[in-house]
Design a protein around this ligand. Structure first.
Ligand SMILES: [Zn+2]
Length: 377
């Protein structure tokens, strides 16, 4: 039923259209035409204008001669860089990029598999519930497209994002993240002449960091200080240090607690760093920039969408593995808007590198699974 050659041709066409984040217009134009051929009604929202991309998110709708709640399918049309002049090469059944670029299987494999499933549904005249399909922009830029998606366009209450490595894997949990920047301000002074008049921001930072628990906090939570910048010269007591870090957790309370813990430690150390110069008390200061990056994704293992996917896998003799992800994706945003959304593996491998690859057979498998899922929904 699924047509391997058609998948191969479709992947080559899409991979050959460069689509780095913010520059998705070319692939968007192609996809609009392609989905229209498959009977979809297409809309683009205004997310592109809001975030500075030359395309909006694409929303496609296909009715399907079967009553029932719509099923949402999603993938993203942007890729990471280097993505200039991508040339897909098929060698021994596996796609690679020809040169010094990524391949873009992340996430064009997902789009190709959705298109192949639609081809099969149409060809075999398989009745199905209405499908809502979102192909987002700027996913690789912190889910910017999905964050600006016009959710009033969607009726679906559950769905599948095709956007992860491997085959026969369902992701039902992904952490939420807090990213932060902490600026510590001390007091500058000549390190050799009058060190008593300085407050070292570097020392405050180091005392703070040495008290923090970082790395894996527990099974659900991680924390990191990723960059530290500050200081001007060896003979100046440094007045400025910036720390950037993050906390991730599958549990929203732990996420908040762990973030507060880190910020609280810096606050304490900043408050301790007082000096008195000529009877005047001088203090250090701090400024916090906190960005809550996405809401967590936590779809129950007995949710209907997972049950359908497991049954579809079983029917194809391919048991599905249910896993948690370490990072966020568009599915986090959909879940944050009350849509039960899990992630399905597309076969992509070594993503975000120039060694990125994907086996044609794995795209065939994912397409077969998707057809079976849609048929059973
Ligand atoms: Zn992706």
């Amino acid at each position: 039923m699924v047509n391997k050659q058609r998948i191969c041709d479709e992947f080559i066409r899409q991979a050959s259209i460069d689509s780095p984040s913010y520059k998705e217009a070319d692939i968007a134009k192609y996809l609009e035409k392609r989905f229209k051929e498959l009977g979809a009604e297409i809309k683009f929202d205004d997310a592109g204008e809001k975030i500075g991309s030359n395309s909006g998110n694409m929303i496609a709708r296909i009715s399907g001669y079967k009553n029932g709640a719509p099923l949402l399918l999603s993938a993203h049309m942007d890729t990471v860089t280097p993505a200039q002049g991508v040339k897909p090469v098929l060698k021994d059944g596996i796609f690679y990029s020809a040169g010094e670029t990524i391949l873009g299987g992340d996430d064009k494999s997902g789009i190709v598999e959705i298109i192949e499933a639609l081809e099969v549904l149409q060809e075999q005249q398989i009745p199905h519930v209405p499908l809502e399909i979102v192909i987002s922009i700027c996913e690789e830029q912190g889910l910017l497209g999905a964050k600006q998606l016009d959710f009033t366009e969607l009726e679906a209450k559950h769905g599948i994002a095709l956007d992860t490595r491997g085959v026969d894997i369902i992701i039902n949990r992904a952490p939420a993240a807090n990213r932060f920047k902490i600026d510590i301000s001390g007091l500058e002074a000549h390190a050799g002449v009058c060190p008593e008049q300085g407050i070292s921001a570097i020392q405050i930072a180091s005392r703070s960091i040495s008290r923090m628990t970082l790395g894996r906090i527990d099974a659900e939570t991680t924390a990191n200080i990723g960059t530290i910048h500050g200081g001007l010269a060896s003979n100046i007591i440094p007045s400025q240090v910036s720390l950037r870090g993050e906390v991730r957790s599958h549990n929203i309370n732990k996420l908040r607690q762990q973030t507060e813990l880190i910020v609280g430690i810096v606050e304490e150390e900043v408050n301790k760093a007082k000096i008195i110069v000529a009877d005047v008390t001088k203090t250090a200061m701090m400024a916090l920039e906190l960005k809550e990056d996405f809401s967590p994704m936590a779809v129950a293992e007995d949710a209907q969408i997972i049950q359908i996917m497991k049954d579809a896998g079983a029917a194809l003799n391919r048991p599905q593995k249910i896993q948690a992800a370490g990072g966020g994706s568009d599915a986090n945003i959909f879940n944050g808007h009350g849509i039960e959304m899990v992630i399905m593996a597309t076969g992509m491998e070594k993503v975000h590198t120039i060694d990125e690859q994907i086996a044609l057979d794995d795209m065939v498998k994912a397409s077969e699974l998707l057809v079976e899922i849609i048929r059973r929904t």
